[in-house]
Design a protein around this ligand. Sequence first.
Ligand code: SF4
Length: 519
Amino acid sequence: MQTLREKLEQSSRFLIGTELVSVRGGMSEQSAVKARTFANQLVESPDIDWISITDNAGGNPQLAPTALGKPILYAGKEVVIHLTCKDLNRNGLESEAWLLHSEGFNNILAMTGDYPVAGNGGSAKPVFDIDSVGLIAMLEQMNRGLDPHEARGGVARPRFERTNFLVGAVTTNFKLREGEVMPQYAKLAAKVAGGARFIINQIGFDARKQSELLAYMAAHGMGGVPLIGNVYLLSPRVVALFHAGRIPGVVVTRELHDLCVKHAASPDGGRAFFREFAAKQIAVYRGLGFRGVYLGGVHNFEATQGILELARTFARDDWKQFACEIQFSRPGEFFYYAQDAATGLADPQRRADAPAPRSGHVGPIYRLSKWTHTLMFTPDRALSRLGAKLCAGAGDPMQGPRPLRVVEHLSKAALFRCHDCGDCSLPEIAYLCPESQCAKNQRNGPCGGTRDGRCEVDGYGDCIWLRAYERLKHDRREHELLSHAPVVQNQALRGTSSWANHWLGRDHAARRPATENSK
Ligand code: SF4
């Protein structure tokens, strides 16, 4: 039996993965029995290459994916376990990864995860100690033979047995604004550079954006990474949820919504239409050159089979017509590439007209921050040397001289709503604090949840990564966003002086290659 890695690397077959959503309760719960029956049928099907099992999907507590995964794995089917950063800190994630390795699960889909929305006795406290980029980096270290010394910036010497994880990641470009799309592309590059070996895109209904993703990856050194298309079986209930923006990052436009509502009024409640729509999406992904599809929203084998059989009935070039039909973007939506007039898809030879840079997020605080940072933290400048000397000689070098610490604390609290994490990411996010202004403390790019530029979590306003991109674009430095090694925050520095930590080489910036810090 070929592994998923072998299928991706050695075959040219168009692959089919199916999502199995975990359930709340134990294995004998009725919903779990239903999920297991579905899984057993998928195991038997030669059409299905792997089964992907969710991790507390939608931020709800559910049975751990390994419980459902074990019988599937032991029956000889490839399993992809979803691993997210919302409920576990880095130690919990490492522990989970060792468990997966020990149990024989080698395929992991590494994600930041949905913001927790439920929990026993009230909503759970979100963790987000690291993010998807940090998680991918950790799994890659485990594949090399984890050495804790390496994580502290030293030279790696394998200390623990090597794992054999095939790590996948997700991405999305189904976004409205340039400041959402471009940071997503930058984060995708960071995931690939960090060790992601296959990519699944977010649920979306626009063939132009799908073709753009493929073209962007090819043009930016990611062409060799298998790209899997996300196909979600819609239903009237799901369409209403997606259209209302209830699932972060998933968009059903007014036009698609109305089309679905029209078909939902038919005697079969739209069943045939929705299945055909899913089958057409499979055809489009195959025609565009994706390596396979990831089938979600399907909860029984009969529907799975029905969609796959329908997809097989299409003629070779039918996908081109379907690609013209399935283009549900929003008015004013940003595209990186211009549209090919003949196909309606991305034309990789031409950039789309870029909108004028917005300056809404550029103000005196940003300008002052840039000036002060250059003055105080440029290596080998007088103030940087002086700061290091004063902090090293202070009674408590973790805090630095008291008057300086007071100035740091007051100024950063007033300007950035600083939470005193001690391992500052302000310079990498155009002087926006991820601790106080990002619901998921994302230090390596945006999560996938923005809604028209706004944070998926109410009360946070515009996403900090959109604001950072717009600030940098205003300075014509947008290409610098995420051009650094993954940031993994050191929680031991919390409550200490980030200035002292920077000057004395204790923060994450000190663990980077020297070439990066001298930029
Ligand atoms: S601010 Fe952006 S990256 Fe942070 S949680 Fe909100 S949408 Fe995600």
